[in-house]
Write a protein that binds this ligand. Sequence first.
Ligand code: CAA
Length: 260
Amino acid sequence: MMYTNLLLEVQEGIAVLTINRPKALNALNAQTLQEIHQFFTKDGLAIKDLKGVIVTGAGEKSFVAGADISEFLKLEKGKGKAFAMKGHDIFFAIERFPKPVIAAVNGYALGGGCELAMACHIRVAGEKARFGQPEVNLGILPGYGGTQRLIQLIGKGKAIEMMLTADMIGAEEALRLGLVTHVIPLGQEVAKAKEILQKIATKGPVAVTKVIEAVNAYFNYLADGYNAEADGFSDCTETTDFKEGAAAFLEKRKANFKGE
Ligand code: CAA
């Protein structure tokens, strides 16, 4: 797990992954994207007893200020679609990660940064966080899933306005729109995300993964979300955790889940 642009800290089963390019406001260059991919497809999956992942940005100013614009000029003609699809693959790996992933948004979450936060399962924001999809300012559109996930999270009306005007919104408006679920004092974002992950860690681990899969299936036009929900329900009923959860409720005690 050697990274150049990421910091990884694992404590009590919670991995904190910090995008660490503060001089460029943590913009996602090719190297950083490759490292994020490596974490969510390989390294993160190998962490024993992982409860979940928190994604955040180094420094107080920025979560991630987007794709690294300095690499745009090197983009060869005819390579635009592959550029976007590479981002899609990486962000799908986050969205499909079997353990909960929370974005702790500490500052600017713009363009690819807003898209990165939206690929996470839950978003909490510091009070100074700013969200936006300003790509039209650059003559492009959100290319890492923003046109789809922003609509999913806040609805078509406000999403299309944000993407067409490039206007930013603050943390409180993001909360009102449902883009984030908590606004907390600056510097407390990671602590809040940890608190949420600790709570989720008391639930049935198989059920947690199946919720993630079923929710993702709702948004995958190639899959049938109801079918994924039924399959997930069926898988959960086959576990001993299912019996333990029901027994604990009936016996008025805390369930002792084993992930089996
Ligand atoms: N890419 C590369 N470098 C970036 C960057 C980015 N997305 N955002 C900021 N930086 C760099 C700046 O170039 C600057 O570097 P230097 O100190 O070497 O000049 C440094 O970070 C600090 O930035 P600013 O001086 O601009 O800081 P500011 O406080 O004046 O403004 C800001 C902050 C409003 C976030 C501004 O930096 C900004 O608008 N950044 C670009 C945001 C953006 O357009 N994001 C979308 C990118 S495109 C994309 O993401 C496409 C996609 O969907 C895949």
